[in-house]
Design a protein around this ligand. Structure first.
Ligand code: IMP
Ligand code: MG
Length: 182
């Protein structure tokens, strides 16, 4: 794996695709065990989560599972704006449903907190969250995800769905900003 460059910034290999795949399998095992009899509704938070959600949804292999999508935007460049903009809302009726929010990464927690508050108004049977990545030191509001792939330090990363202003989502591995690397 080589370094990659976006917008004049250099990123180094951080989490390889086989490590990601192993965590996706582990998470899928836990979710399958907890939701096998629940007909869960996976709620993929676009855009960043689409690749993780596709891999996780298939790996879970729950017969009565469904998936739907919402879209939020809070990041600009390499920092959270602190404001969550709902670009595409929920169209399904989630009353009585077991909802599993699928996130790529929890950073400040602002997006997750806003989404949980919105969902709570719709009387779901339960709401839990799975996030591939979690930066615990950056969390400002709410609690962390119930299911976590990797806990990482507060560094800027990209690849496997995560972007820098829309770029780098198609990298199969995850990279970290070079000067941010430990
Ligand atoms: P939060 O609201 O601060 O928790 O951030 C939520 C969203 O910001 C995530 O779902 C990502 O889309 C984006 N984000 C947070 N950290 C990173 C990062 O290191 N790289 C790329 N996107 C990130
Ligand atoms: Mg996201």
């Amino acid at each position: 794996m080589e370094e990659v460059t976006y917008q004049g910034l250099t990123f180094e290999p951080y989490i390889k695709r086989d490590e990601i795949a192993a965590q996706v399998q582990r998470l899928a095992g836990e979710i399958k065990r907890d939701y096998a009899d629940e007909a869960p509704l996976f709620l993929c938070v676009l855009n960043g989560s689409f690749i993780f959600a596709a891999d996780l949804f298939r790996a879970c292999d729950i017969h009565d599972a469904e998936i739907t999508f919402v879209r939020f935007k809070s990041y600009q460049g390499m920092a959270s704006t602190g404001q969550v903009e709902q670009v595409m809302g929920l169209t399904e009726d989630i009353a009585g449903r077991h909802v599993l929010i699928v996130e790529d990464i929890i950073d400040s927690g602002v997006t997750a907190h806003a989404l949980r508050n919105e969902l709570a108004k719709c009387n779901p049977a339960s709401v839990k969250m799975v996030s591939l990545l979690f930066k615990p030191a950056a969390l400002e509001v709410g609690s962390g995800p119930e299911y976590v792939g990797f806990e990482i330090p507060s560094k800027f990363i990209l690849g496997y769905g995560l972007d820098l202003d829309g770029l780098a989502r198609n990298l199969p591995d995850i990279y970290v900003l070079k000067q941010d690397k430990e």
